[in-house]
Design a binder for this molecule. Structure first.
Ligand code: GLN
Ligand code: ZN
Length: 769
């Protein structure tokens, strides 16, 4: 690539930055405010200081145009609801009496009112608050937050670009408000919403914005012609305004597809496109529509949601191609950097050799700046950066961590038969019935029991060296003893050990598998003030030693009833980690599956007859566009079967899923070839039981009859009623009785009462059969 004068203007930018601060200052300030220990003014000052320091950091690194408005006390979609005045009736009073407390009431609820519903932001692990809209929704503009933050940045001398959730995506993410007929489509409110955006745009222009970014990630999903028309109408309308800044419409997480020609034609001044992963197809699509002559193209060539270093030579080649396709090309991360941790520098426990392969938000910012410089001045201007980047990639490719010949040989030798049980489901079910001797409507739980303060203290004591491993394990054994005794006394049929030794269902396994790394400070916002530290799946995966068996066997030694072994499945292990990007996901899933298969087989060899492999993430990692789904579901179900197919026919394999609608993946659930599945269902009144039945799902199933997301204790009669509803869809020989999910977030008193009622309900309904 040679430098061209046309590229001399190439600039570096990002769409958003981690909000929490290097020491999670924002989390601490907000939670302090909730507890009354931090005043509103102090919270505002902490927030303002974090914004200032983020802009300083970005500008200092060489970013030309910093984002504003990406900061949030809780969630940017909630901020958008406030900006357009979409406050649900039940929160109006709280919002009117105090804007900040009202905002948190919408986010978290109060004693008297429920919060907005929360759900996943596309296929990331970030959760947003779902706007509630109805035919009576009246929008009104409140640009205060956007204008304030822009003004702050401009006052500090930064070139700043406000970032807003676009109107089409906002409406597509909304749901009908409670009481509104389910068929109501929020997108029908577009014409009412656009004038509000027009007002905000005018306010931002008046405050000094030259560009405003409108994020429309919903347009990378499969969209109907009507939805695409709505997008065309929205941007024709906004483009036609006279009193407005220049508009940059941003997309990310996948290719724009059919929406690309729509936006390319729209009278807006710029588009931002993702060129990483599957979204790289945007490059061809862009050429096919004749490029964006005269427009600004912001090229997301640095992956904004994974933690690996960029490939400079590849990115510069992409950028060089793009130069011929737009009036001006700028460089960015593919999406907001909110989805990655802040900085690799404080990671003192990671081998420096491996640290060279990782890029968190700060490092990604540097990458964007370097690429923009390379684009503007030619590759010679960044020759040393390119050389270092090439060396880091070579180190990664040649590392024994990423290439373990034994793991690779084993994965390559896997045959179709390894992923198939030795007998079909029907025969296995009979063998299991004989082997386990369970009653009709058997009762069980999903795995975890309350993670009490004592357990957390014990883990903290262990970390701080106040107790040794022996002392810690003594406490775990005591807890297991109590959990087993309670289940026996209550009359539960298939017991669990309660998972007291697990800090987290993915991290616990990641810590014991070779090929995984843990970070010390790699916090990423999951929702509100909840941050998680996803492990990094960096290399070839192997299991040096059994991970769970001693706890399961200890539990089994205390009782004659069957104790279920508990594992996290391969798809969920990938979904809740940062996954290596140097091989197909399916190859990584297969390695994880083989490691877990050894654990399954060890459990069986030690006498465990029921083994549950949880896959709560199966539905959420489904690709955004239908085109990628068959391939995903093929490797996802194959890796589950590989995990579970090494056992005898009379060993019963369970799986568990939650947090999702399952209607569209029943075939995939069937393809797992598990013997029993437990699913979240209590809130939806057993709807999933009917979805399974409608599909002819032939296996045993336990749709949850106890909603574990609330401390509320379901009565025995209520649980019995849900079981009777379940029996209309699933025959008694195949229906299990269990809660929706694990009990780790619950306290003991409500857990005790609820499980006693659950067992009583099972007994009552058995008597009616
Ligand atoms: N076995 C896990 C538990 O009981 C399952 C958790 C989940 O599905 N998220 O906690
Ligand atoms: Zn669950």
């Amino acid at each position: 690539m040679t430098s061209k004068p046309a590229a001399a203007a190439a600039q570096a930018t990002v769409y958003g930055y981690p909000r929490q601060g290097p020491d999670r200052e924002l989390k601490k300030a907000i939670e302090g405010y909730w507890k009354g220990r931090v005043t509103a003014d102090a919270l505002r000052e902490t927030a303002a200081e974090l914004r200032r320091s983020n802009w300083r950091q970005l500008a200092g690194a060489g970013v030309h145009e910093v984002p504003t408005g990406d900061f949030s006390y809780y969630d940017h979609v909630l901020d958008t609801s406030v900006m357009v005045g979409a406050v649900p009736d039940r929160h109006r009073e709280a919002v009117a009496s105090d804007a900040l407390d009202g905002y948190f009431a919408m986010a978290r609820g109060t004693q008297d009112v429920a919060p907005l519903e929360m759900t996943k932001w596309f296929d990331t692990n970030y959760h947003y608050l779902v706007p509630e809209l109805g035919p009576d929704t009246v929008f009104s503009a409140d640009s205060t937050k956007q204008v304030t933050e822009l003004t702050e940045a401009l006052a500090l001398g930064h070139t700043a670009r406000p970032v807003l959730v676009g109107p089409v995506t906002y409406l597509l993410l909304a749901k009908p408000a409670p009481g509104v007929a389910a068929g109501f489509e929020p997108l029908t409110l577009l014409d009412r919403l656009l004038p509000v955006y027009a007002e905000v745009l005018a306010d931002l222009r008046a405050a000094g914005a030259r560009w405003v970014q409108l994020d429309e990630p919903a347009l990378v999903q499969d969209r109907t012609p009507a939805e695409l028309n709505a997008a065309a109408r929205a941007y024709r309308g906004l483009g036609a305004l006279t009193d407005r800044p220049q508009l940059l419409v941003a997309s990310y997480f996948d290719r724009l597809g059919e929406a690309l020609p729509v936006l390319a034609k729209a009278p807006v001044e710029g588009l931002a496109l993702d060129f990483t992963g599957a979204a790289a197809a945007n490059l061809e699509d862009l050429a096919a529509v004749g490029g964006l002559p005269g427009k600004r193209l912001v090229a997301g060539v640095v992956n904004g949601r994974n933690i690996w270093i960029n490939d400079y030579e590849k990115s510069l080649a992409t950028l060089a191609t793009l130069l011929g396709l737009a009036g001006r090309v700028d460089v960015a991360a593919s999406c907001s950097l909110l989805h990655v941790p802040l900085d690799t520098a404080p990671e003192k426990d990671i081998d420096p050799e491996i640290l060279r392969w990782l890029a968190f938000a700060r490092q990604k910012t540097d990458e964007v700046v370097t690429l923009a410089k390379g684009l503007a001045l030619g590759t010679e201007a960044v020759a040393s950066e390119i050389a270092a980047n090439r060396a880091a990639h070579a180190s990664r490719a040649g590392s024994p961590l990423t290439r373990d010949p034994a793991v690779r040989a084993r994965a390559a030798a896997v045959t179709e038969a390894d992923g198939r049980r030795s007998q079909p489901y029907g025969e296995r079910a009979a063998a299991q019935r004989a082997h386990l001797g369970l009653p009709l409507l058997p009762t069980t739980t999903i795995g975890s029991f309350p993670q009490t303060g004592e357990l957390r203290t014990a883990r903290a004591d262990l970390r701080a060296g106040r107790i040794g491993t022996a002392g810690y394990e003594e406490r775990i054994r005591a807890e297991i003893g109590e959990v087993i005794a309670f289940q026996e006394k209550t009359g539960i049929d298939v017991l669990v050990h309660g998972e007291p030794e697990r800090n987290d269902m993915v991290q616990y396994f990641a810590e014991q598998l070779t090929g995984y790394l843990a970070t010390q400070h790699g916090w990423v916002q999951s929702y509100g003030t909840r941050y998680v530290r996803p492990p990094v799946l960096a290399g070839d995966i192997s299991r040096p030693a059994p991970m769970t068996v001693r706890w399961t066997f200890y539990a089994q030694s205390l009782t004659d009833r069957p104790v279920k072994g508990m594992l996290t499945g391969p798809v969920t292990m990938l979904a809740w980690s940062f996954v290596r990007d140097d091989q197909p996901l399916g190859d990584t899933a297969r390695q994880v599956a083989l490691a877990l298969r050894d654990e399954v087989n060890d459990l069986e060899a030690g006498g465990t007859s029921v083994i549950q492999v949880d896959e709560p993430a199966l539905r959420e990692t489904l690709p955004l566009r239908a085109a990628g789904r068959a391939d995903y579901l093929a490797w996802a179900t194959e890796s589950f079967r590989l995990t579970t197919s090494g056992v005898r026919p009379d060993t019963q394999i369970h799986t568990h899923m939650c947090y999702a609608e399952f209607g569209d993946i029943v075939q995939a659930i069937d393809d797992l070839d598990a013997d029993v599945i437990s699913l979240e269902a209590a809130r939806s009144h057993m709807q999933v039981a009917h979805e399974l039945a409608a599909h002819g799902y032939p296996r045993e199933a336990g749709p949850g009859v106890y909603d574990i997301h609330s401390p509320r204790v379901p009565s025995a009669e209520e649980a019995a009623q849900l079981l009777r509803t379940g029996l209309k869809a699933i025959p008694a020989e195949r229906l299990w009785v269990n809660p929706d999910c694990g009990l780790k977030t619950r306290a003991w008193p409500e857990t005790r009462a609820s499980l006693e009622n659950l067992v009583a309900a099972a007994r009552t309904v058995r008597g009616e059969l």
